[in-house]
Ligand binder design. Structure first.
Ligand code: AP5
Length: 213
């Protein structure tokens, strides 16, 4: 099964990914997480992506398509995956469809998480993450401990500054939102209201996927 998680920054894609991947026994493929890992490792890809990410711009399509191609050729993704943060442009979506159809595969569901912009700014500016395991917290909604359960330091993501958040939301509107129509026209889009507690959103997603709740 191939599921795409779509939605503006801060809608809870990363937060919800764990429950979906556990239920469907799928690997969680987050292009943002892979890029951040490359950045931390100082790889060539990480160095190329750094400036784009810090400003809240999208990393160029050709780099993302190479990254996805390599990740999806790993054995754990042979039975499908949950894609979080990919595709994010029309070029990425069309290239991905082409690759899948060449393999006789296709996307099963596209889940669109919807949350009002004001709430997104609050979620992103209050987000804190573990530098080691990537676990996400929120200063008000899910206060982080002094130190993560894995022993890692709790930090703020460099792209969670006010300026970068504004830019990320603008970039979403311009380059990623058009994918809503693209997938709706294909009959794949499932809209989920993400403005509720994480537990309630988890149930809404399960219902949208036809899973037992
Ligand atoms: P990426 O890491 O994908 O970031 P994003 O899409 O901006 O999404 P976020 O991780 O910010 O938000 P989320 O929806 O996962 O929310 P979360 O669950 O953390 O990408 C980062 C960058 O990498 C991009 O800007 C770009 O530069 C580059 N990139 C990545 N993919 C790319 C691609 N395909 N093409 C080009 N460039 C690419 O939740 C947010 C906060 O809200 C947390 O604090 C959480 O605790 C809280 N929260 C979650 N759910 C709830 C709830 N229900 N109620 C209250 N609080 C909640």
């Amino acid at each position: 099964m191939i599921i795409v998680l779509l939605g503006p920054p801060g809608t809870g894609k990363g937060t919800q990914a764990k429950a979906i991947t556990t239920r469907h026994r799928l690997p969680h493929v987050s292009t943002g997480d892979i890029l951040r890992k490359n950045l931390a490792d100082g790889s060539e890809l990480g160095l190329e992506a750094k400036a784009y990410m810090e400003k809240g711009e999208l990393v160029p399509d050709h780099l993302i398509l190479r990254l996805i191609d390599s990740r999806l050729s790993e054995p754990d993704a042979s039975g499908g995956c949950l894609l979080d943060g990919f595709p994010r442009t029309r070029v990425q979506a069309e290239a991905f469809d082409g690759d899948l159809s060449a393999k006789g595969l296709s996307i099963d569901h596209v889940l669109l998480l919807e949350v009002a912009s004001e709430a997104l700014i609050k979620r992103l500016s209050g987000r804190r993450v573990c530098e080691t395991c990537g676990k996400s917290y929120h200063v008000d909604f899910n206060p982080p401990p002094a130190e993560c359960h894995c022993g890692g330091a709790i930090v703020q993501r460099p792209d969670d500054t006010e300026e970068a958040i504004k830019n990320r939301l603008k970039v979403y509107q311009e380059l990623t939102k058009p994918l809503v129509d693209y997938y709706e026209a294909k009959g794949l889009l499932r809209r989920v209201d993400g403005d509720a507690t994480p537990q309630e959103v988890e149930k809404r997603i399960a219902r949208a996927l036809g899973d037992p709740v």
